[in-house]
Design a protein around this ligand. Structure first.
Ligand SMILES: O=C(CO)[C@H](O)[C@H](O)COP(=O)(O)O
Length: 290
């Protein structure tokens, strides 16, 4: 059974793998049987909603990861259908670059297009102030370069990414470092946050066990925090002061809006000055259009 979402049909067969299965309640009117959305369906819903903000002629930052992949697919589809024209994409990773090339999306870079109209990307954590952790997919440096050059940066997530505070998922906060004496850098990073119950490890490829190397030829140290990191700007400054550190995965104040797809519908949080505007849409609203 497909959810009657305006722009796409959820696949009828779902592969559970590691995805969370979520039950969406049936619509009150018109009657509609319950539908099971996978976590990937939610990512796709958030991605498609974000792509509604892409207009012809825009320079668009193309994110990396399983959520952003849906946005790139959708942009390509709209280009192929002639509903979008003259889009220039700037890829945040080699993987996204290859995806975009395979789909025929015209690409450029920040040297030729230093200002990006809109970037769309996933995130690993989103806090209530729209600060993020990014980079569990390894692309944090190019993502931060492109997203900080964007007039608008829309983050697309399923609701599992929401946290009360950065580090709150207890999963990795990645830091890209140069390979030279990586163990020294690891110790210095962990030492910065000794009072926060911080542990760190060099990222390895899960399949080969080899050291993970970023698109920039660097390594990644994954930091794990037992306690709240505290002031994010202070933590950021301390990390970036260490020689050998290239960038970290805290994206502080960069997102202009976040689209969260959850079991009950979609929430769009948008920064308006210092305020946060929140719009919520149930799947019934989505059925009837916004
Ligand atoms: O920062 C990223 C890659 O560096 C991704 O955006 C982040 O890891 C989220 O990935 P996914 O959409 O697969 O959950």
């Amino acid at each position: 059974m497909a959810v009657a979402y305006p722009h796409f049909v959820v696949s009828e067969t779902h592969t559970p793998v590691e995805q969370t299965k979520l039950m969406v309640p049936p619509a009150a009117s018109p009657p509609c049987p319950a539908v099971t959305l996978t976590q990937d369906d939610l990512k796709k819903i958030a991605a498609y909603k974000a792509v509604e903000h892409v207009k012809s002629g825009m320079v668009v930052g193309l994110g990396t990861g399983s959520t952003a992949k849906h946005a790139v697919d959708r942009i390509a589809q709209l280009l192929q259908q002639g509903k979008l024209k003259d889009i220039v994409g700037i890829a945040t990773s080699m993987k996204t670059y290859e995806q975009a090339v395979s789909l025929g999306i015209p690409l450029s870079d920040l040297d030729s297009h230093p200002t990006v109209d809109l970037a769309i990307d996933g995130a690993d954590e989103v806090d209530p102030g729209l600060n993020l952790v990014k980079g569990r997919g390894g692309s944090l440096l190019r993502e931060k370069m492109i997203e900080s050059a964007s007039k608008k940066f829309i983050v697309i997530v399923d609701e599992s990414k929401l946290v009360n505070h950065i580090g709150g998922s207890k999963l990795a906060m990645p830091v890209e470092i140069i390979p030279f004496c990586w163990n020294h850098s690891l110790k210095r990073l962990v030492g910065l946050f000794a009072d926060k119950g911080c542990l760190g490890e060099l990222r390895k490829c899960s399949e080969s066990g080899k050291i993970y190397v970023t698109d920039n030829g660097n390594y990644i140290i994954d930091l794990y925090f037992e306690n709240d990191i505290g002031d994010l700007n202070e933590a950021s400054d301390a990390i970036l002061r260490l020689p050998g550190i290239v960038e970290h995965g805290m994206f502080i104040g960069l997102a202009t809006s976040v689209i969260v797809a959850g079991v009950n519908g979609v929430t769009v949080k948008t920064k308006v000055g210092s305020e946060l505007e929140v719009d919520s849409f149930s799947y019934n609203d989505l059925r009837n259009g916004f």
